[in-house]
Design a protein around this ligand. Structure first.
Ligand code: DX5
Ligand code: ZN
Length: 249
């Protein structure tokens, strides 16, 4: 049995000390570093049905920024940050792009030194073959992610295509923020994928920690993203414990 890959989500790290945080995670035993690349519009679309108040708040602030001339597409990490971080670490940078036009970011992410490029199936229904080929030619490993509301069948063609993705990321929270509650019913998707594709990399992202890892590993996930459970540990010793608990599950 190969032990799962543990990928701390740097979204929960101290951004002002990103290089040191990356080194700390690698020293604690992280296999990959998970980098969340987000665009505001993606998050707005995501919250549309559930939180009307939040949506109107976000739209208002978006308009404010547009009017103000200060609007920039990336809310969190973008290629410049990946490029800077790459100078400080040789770790596998597992990049999760929560953007509406992933194609626009392939070249810059490749040049910046990203290792994996995971896009969302919801925004790449038509052009995914071209997208996957471009990701590979840019020297990155292609992956596809799906939001909680998206049926798992939607990613099957991408795993079975001529130029297939090499990883499927099953979101176990609504994308947008760290620190949310794990959705156990998403394990049906993981089980379905594992049954169909015994050697595929299956990553879970959102709400993973010592109390939820077992469900994910039992369903067949072998790449585990963990943000707040690792970075929320009060001392490095505790974070090591979380990582080793995740690993042995
Ligand atoms: C959510 C991100 C996750 C997030 C996970 O949009 O994709 O990677 O950082 O954080 P936790 O582990 O705190 O749920
Ligand atoms: Zn993520």
């Amino acid at each position: 049995v190969v032990s799962p890959k543990i990928a701390p989500s740097m979204l929960s790290s101290d951004f002002a000390n990103l290089a040191a945080e990356a080194k700390r995670m690698v020293d604690l035993g992280a296999d990959w570093l998970h980098m969340d690349i987000m665009k505001l519009s993606f998050v707005v679309i995501d919250l549309n049905d559930t939180e009307p108040f939040l949506v109107s708040y976000l739209l208002t602030s978006l308009l404010f920024h547009l009017q103000d001339g200060h609007f920039v597409p990336n809310l969190t990490i973008g290629a410049p940050v990946i490029e800077s971080l790459r100078k400080h670490t040789s770790a596998y940078l597992d990049c999760h792009l929560m953007v509406t036009n992933p194609m626009d970011y392939v070249e810059q992410m490749g040049k910046a030194g990203a290792s994996g490029f995971t896009f969302h199936v919801e925004v790449a229904k038509e052009n995914w073959q071209e997208l996957v080929s471009k990701i590979k030619s840019a020297g990155m490993r292609p992956g596809v992610a799906l939001k909680p509301g998206t049926p798992v069948e939607e990613v099957y063609p991408l795993v079975e295509g001529e130029t297939p993705v090499e990883m499927v990321l099953v979101m176990t929270v609504e994308p947008g923020f760290g620190g949310q509650k794990f959705m156990p019913n998403m394990m049906d998707k993981v089980r379905a994928l594992r049954q169909k594709y015994p050697t595929l990399d299956i990553e879970v992202d959102g709400g993973l920690g010592p109390s939820t890892i077992e469900a994910a590993a039992a369903a067949g996930a072998n790449c585990i993203v963990a943000g707040s459970s690792v970075f929320g540990a009060p001392e490095s010793g505790k974070a090591t414990l979380v990582i080793s608990l995740l690993r042995t599950s």
